[in-house]
Design a protein around this ligand. Structure first.
Ligand SMILES: [Mg+2]
Length: 317
């Protein structure tokens, strides 16, 4: 292996990325459809996590089925896209799915794949919904470099074909992987992602604009996320605003995972998707000790989620 071994707490932070993602999803779930400012003060009763975690588990198992990326087994978009499509068809028919507030675009994309078996045409062309980015954490754990970026791009296209969707998936997976490898989270990391989005990652969308706005907002020191300030300004229902708001929250409260996730969830828009991505970014930076113990203690399928993180890290070349 020509890459240095991961730093000592890599495995713990990888677990934390996936666990805090699920905890954020779960905390945001009862707030997802609260569209007025009462969302800031409502008591949250923790139940199960939602589609964000559920689809992440399916995508994680798909990465494991594909296996490690090596010279002998390089990334092949067609093979990976087909495996993701097949996994999303299984997700479509999972009895748990209807109870997890699944997104319409994800459901429709999976149905298209079931009908045509073509990941290049199954995604909804007009949609950059946040479903493309809320599920990408496992990619940042398992793969790196070009394979990570291509896997993120292809995984988004299976359901969402608007250019913002693959850009958000690429930037999100890269941020998680980068934080894991360096142990460092901050504006410099986001600035790097913006440079790439302005260059080779650009698919014709404007994810760079969402991340630039997140950087600006985080400097302002405000106490609540400003949903209209992060393009496209819809509060996280779309890929750019979901990742942008999560980046904003994680930059604003970088040392307090619980507070950042709560602030991310207490928005009028897509609370669980923004909160889960916030949790993933700060989990990757801070490790499992930063996750509020009360959230972890009752997390459904906690051992399975932690075990999936371990298995994903094990195939990282
Ligand atoms: Mg959800």
């Amino acid at each position: 292996m020509d890459t240095p071994p991961p730093n000592p707490d890599f495995a713990d932070r990888a677990r934390a990325a996936l666990l805090a993602h699920a905890c954020g999803d779960r905390f945001g779930a009862p707030l997802e459809f609260v569209s007025d400012l009462s969302v800031r003060t409502r008591t949250v009763h923790l139940g199960n996590w939602t589609d964000d975690t559920h689809m992440s588990l399916y995508l994680g198992e798909t990465l494991l089925a594909y296996g490690p990326i090596t010279d002998q087994s390089p990334f092949e978009a067609d093979r990976f896209g087909t495996l993701v499509g097949e996994a999303f068809v299984r997700w479509l028919h999972d009895p748990l799915t209807p109870t997890t507030a699944p997104g319409n675009t994800c459901l429709t994309g999976a149905r298209h794949f079931e009908r045509d078996r073509d990941w290049k045409t199954s995604g909804i062309r007009s949609s950059d919904g946040c479903g493309a980015v809320m599920r990408i954490v496992p990619i940042g754990l398992a793969w790196r470099g070009e394979a990570l970026l291509e896997a993120a791009r292809v995984s988004a296209l299976v359901t969402h074909a608007h250019p913002n969707a693959p850009e958000a998936a690429m930037a999100g997976a890269w941020l998680v992987g980068q934080i894991l490898e360096t142990g460092v989270w901050g504006a410099a990391c986001v600035e790097d992602a913006i440079r790439h989005l302005d260059g080779p990652w650009n698919q014709g969308g404007n994810l760079a604009g969402s991340l630039r706005a997140a950087l600006v907002w985080a400097q302002r020191g405000e106490e609540w996320l400003d949903e209209p300030a992060i393009p496209p300004g819809d509060g996280g229902w779309r890929s750019g605003s979901a990742l942008g708001l999560a980046v904003a929250a994680a930059l604003r409260w970088p040392d307090d995972l619980g507070l950042a996730v709560e602030k991310a969830a207490r928005i009028r828009g897509d609370s669980d998707s923004v909160a889960c991505l916030t949790g993933a970014l700060l989990g990757a930076a801070l490790g499992t000790a930063a996750i509020p113990p009360a959230w972890l203690a009752t997390l459904p399928r906690r051992a399975g989620i932690a075990g999936l993180a371990d298995r994903l890290v094990a195939i990282r070349a």
